[in-house]
Unconditional design. Structure first.
Length: 128
């Protein structure tokens, strides 16, 4: 499940104008990328991000957040996965792809980590 979720989030942040384009999408997918890569990607964390999005604390803030969406969104794209038929190679390819996009969003990483905190998450998952 983690690999499929990571694929979804990384594809969406690399195509931000189509799949994010507003706070809710960016928080879910860039926040999801952060949760998956830096915190292990446990499913309750994604649910906590979804609950945060329902509260919409950004409704009165301009989009996108400063310093803006990067024009370059990673050296690796989904195309790298096309010939990865072995599950281990596919998982590794998704990880490399996700990390490439995460690096491209380096200036927004602190913001994504703040969303994780706002969702009530910590390294081991949501707060009880």
């Amino acid at each position: 499940m983690k690999t499929w979720r990571l694929m979804h989030d990384v594809y969406d942040v690399q195509h931000e104008e189509e799949f994010c384009g507003r706070w809710k999408g960016l928080v879910m997918h860039l926040g999801g990328l952060c949760w998956g890569l830096e915190y292990g990607g446990a499913e309750p964390g994604y649910r906590a991000l979804a609950k945060l999005i329902e509260k919409n604390p950004w409704k009165d803030q301009p989009y996108p957040p400063e310093p803006g969406i990067p024009a370059f969104r990673g050296a690796i794209t989904v195309a790298v996965l096309k010939d990865l038929n072995d599950p281990e190679r596919l998982i590794s390819g998704v990880d490399r792809w996700a990390r490439s996009a995460w690096l491209a969003y380096a200036e927004l990483q602190p913001t994504a980590r703040e969303w994780i905190k706002m969702a009530g998450l910590r390294e081991t998952g949501p707060r009880p």
